[in-house]
Design a protein around this ligand. Structure first.
Ligand SMILES: Cc1ncc(COP(=O)(O)O)c(C=O)c1O
Length: 402
């Protein structure tokens, strides 16, 4: 997992990170209160957090768990993915989107992406669905579009294709809480599960809501929460109510995992969630300043910007260098100036693990997106001074490079 260091670990220089958590006194108080309460795990805070998630994301159920990676793992398992299954993912994403299929023994197919947005390419998706249905015998199939950087994946079209080829749909919404966009005349919102069976969230510190570590499976119907909830706690269920003769009885009905979120993490999540809307507003403001200021010379000649869409929730602000060789040069230049940037992402099929498994893959859109992309700092709490510095130093780099 990449991490946004506040200090450069080699020089111990103070850095502007590409992202970081925003913690306030209410957060500290909430965690402190739970720490001093009788239950610091398996207590009431997890249920309260789940209820707050349901409300804010307008979905039928929410199952809190230990990370965004375990949320994917649980959602795919609940879709019936096992060693006979097939998972289809966009190539530009964090490896977890694909890895969770592998943990369940399933085969992964990689789709190409739109080179301007990094989002799943629908033609490539349909080709992969055809291919999958040639090799698929009895196993389940899941498409996992990623609402990458905070822009909603083409969920409506993904649903149409999923239905056509008998696949299920899990939105990896780690980057896109509260994101929405118009798709084919309708407002499509991330996380609601209106178009998907499940959506998953991550609460890693660089994300919109921070629990330290944490994640959630969001569900389209209340019944769909049952399996991920049971599997997150070993596959155990409690058949008897509190007034029965044996209230202590529990039974393990599936082989699950310990993917539980603690009450300490949940109390931080509840406090953070109450500021989610503000955080997204701040991200939108910062993105609009970037778009305005980077739309002039010398920037426009040398970099492409993400489109400034109203419903984007800006987990990442990714610029794309027209000349790919400038990307790494800019990374080093900015780092020397105390600005930490990051590359999101190396196409997942390029990782040695997947190369060994599936051989050489190269997809044009993913390669093009990857070769020039750089995430520059954007996070709630970023000061205008910090943003001015990023813009000025980027200008300096481009003038020297150009
Ligand atoms: C798109 C995407 N999916 C899944 C994950 C995994 O989340 P976590 O780090 O909470 O396991 C991440 C985290 O970086 C992510 O960016």
């Amino acid at each position: 997992m990449e991490y946004a260091f506040l200090y450069d670990l080699n020089t111990l220089k103070l850095m502007i990170p590409y992202s970081r958590q925003f913690i306030n006194k209410d957060d500290v108080q909430a965690v402190g209160d739970t720490l001093l309460s009788p239950l610091i795990t398996q207590g009431p805070r997890v249920g309260e957090f789940e209820s707050a998630l349901r409300t804010i994301h307008d979905c039928a159920d929410a199952v809190a768990c230990s990370s965004g990676s375990s949320a994917l793992h649980l959602a795919y398992a609940a879709c019936g993915i096992d060693e006979h299954g097939i998972g289809i993912v966009p190539s530009i994403t964090f490896a977890s989107t694909a890895n969770a299929f592998r943990h369940l023994g399933a085969k992964v197919l990689f789709c190409d992406v739109d080179p301007a947005t990094g989002l799943i390419d629908l033609n490539s998706l349909e080709q992969n669905l055809k291919l999958a249905n040639i090799s698929r015998k009895s196993g389940a199939g899941v498409i996992a579009p990623v609402s990458f950087a905070g822009k909603v994946a083409p969920l409506k079209e993904c649903r149409r294709l999923a239905d056509k080829y008998d696949f299920l749909l899990v939105e990896d919404a780690s980057h896109s809480p509260l994101a929405w966009e118009e798709q084919g005349g309708e407002i499509v919102r991330s996380c609601t599960c209106e178009w998907t069976e499940y959506a998953t969230l991550s609460f890693h510190p660089v994300k919109h809501v921070c629990c330290g570590e944490g994640g959630a499976v969001l569900c389209g119907t209340s019944g769909e929460g049952e399996v991920p909830r049971r599997m997150a706690t070993h596959g155990i269920q409690r058949p008897n109510g509190p007034d029965s003769a044996q209230p202590w009885r529990y039974e393990q009905v599936d082989l699950g995992w310990n993917f539980r979120l603690t009450d300490l993490q949940a109390s931080l999540g509840i406090s953070q969630l109450s500021r989610l809307k503000d955080g997204v507003d701040q991200r939108r403001k910062l993105a609009s300043i970037y778009n305005q200021k980077l739309s002039t010379s010398p920037f426009i000649d040398m970099i492409d910007l993400p489109a400034l869409e109203k419903g984007h929730s800006w987990h990442l602000y990714i610029i794309r260098f027209k000349k790919a060789e400038f990307r790494d040069q800019a990374y080093h230049f900015l780092r020397n100036e105390g600005i930490s940037t990051q590359v999101h992402y190396i196409p997942v099929y390029q990782h040695p693990y997947y190369r060994k498994l599936y051989g050489q893959i190269s997809l044009d859109g993913a390669e093009k997106f990857f070769s020039g992309c750089l995430s520059i700092p954007l996070f709630p709490g970023m000061t205008s001074c910090e943003q001015e510095k990023v813009i000025a130093k980027l200008a300096l780099f481009l003038k020297q490079a150009g």
